[in-house]
Design a protein. Sequence first.
Length: 486
Amino acid sequence: MSEKKRVVKNSLLYAVSTLLTKAVNFFLLPVLTVYLTPEDYGIVSLVQSFSNVASFIVAFSLFSAVLRFYVDYKDDPIELKSFYGTVILFIFISGTVFNIVVFFSSSLLVKYLFEGVAYYPYILVGMMSLVFYSLRTVHQRILESMQQGQKLITVNLVGFAGKICLTLLFLIVGRLGAISVLLAVLIVNFLVSVYMVFDLWTNDLLSFSFDIKKLKHALKYSIPIIPHNISTSIASFFSRFFINRSSSLTAVGLYSVGAQFGGLIDLVQNAGNRAFAPWFFTRMKGSEGEEQLDTVSFSHLLLYVYSIAYLGIGLFSQEAIMLMTAPSYRLAWTVIPILVVAFAVKSIYYFYVNILFYHKEASKKIFLASISGSFLDIFLAQALIPPFGMYGAAVAFMMAKILVVMIVVFISKPYNDIGYRVLPMVRIIVPSFIFLAVGLYFSYDRYQETLSFMNFLYKFGVFLLYVAIVAFKNRAVLSRLRRKNG
């Protein structure tokens, strides 16, 4: 199998895998919105968004180190399994200490961060789960670095099925309310973490050693990346925090439903990048001339594919929301197009940030973009959410992503020997914004709270027109791919 075909195949596998891991609540929306009030949904969202932030703190962002240092250790099995064992033990110890600290400071957490949410059982279960979520993420990064997409999707498929079954059991049979989702996540993450140890041990990829030198080397790489990795999660949490503070947990629930749809494009992009990054790192080693042009061309093609995905999500999220959720959640769709534009802008960021990740000294500079974006997001959210509610949160998020892309592009200039240029990438995504605005005109003007078959057909026509234009513009590239595969 060629390198490109492997990237495309693993992109698809990782996209499905990521959806199975992170989008369980999305697939359960028809049930969750019936058995959970918007306030219950707000509790789940607030706790889970905080857990996402805390996971990077607990793991010191070693997820990125696992992916990057595989290249350095893969030719020495003893060093590799020592490295994995060191990372896993460190994260488990760190997570245990974090939970102890949270337990003794629970009253302060509830008072200042979780207004209206009880520590027991919601926050307690959420914090216990993040330890095993962090370990599970390490396993995912190991499988990704080794390009074992099929095993990864198998593990996540089992976890996906387990979460659904347990959530339905606790929610419908047990009538446990909001804790149903959090408890199901805890159990599944624990079981998958146990499987991780078994899998690595049986494949001779793990030794229970603690190599301080390797840990220091990995932390030296990963700690500067924490602000970068945590930026989106911390912005997500503070958006919900400000909405809860200025409005209610009910409003948090509505925004969270909308954000799940908007975040689908980021899941697709992230999955694609997780498959693309190892291939890109290989290409960065001594590629020149035609190879560089080929890398840029392939990157542009991926960007076009992403643009089709987020245009589809932006156009048809209205129908999905109205068909999948209870009437009390109906207007959640109206915030989704703003979030989709924000994630679309972020798609440029993924290509440039890989350059910084490849150059170890450059990776230390990523925090400048991440911190700047996070501060801008939090500042604008605090200012815009009180008057504009969830729309203010979405606009703040979009402006932050624009700033982050600008900074990452600037920082990468001294290292950008692969040939990326930002203006051609902007020209790829901007037309999709125009098609999105045109396609949603009647949805906002006439059909905000109702389904219309004619409006659906209109949007479908706009979507097909954009796909046709993209296919025509890339006809030469598509023709070459067909000839190679033929």
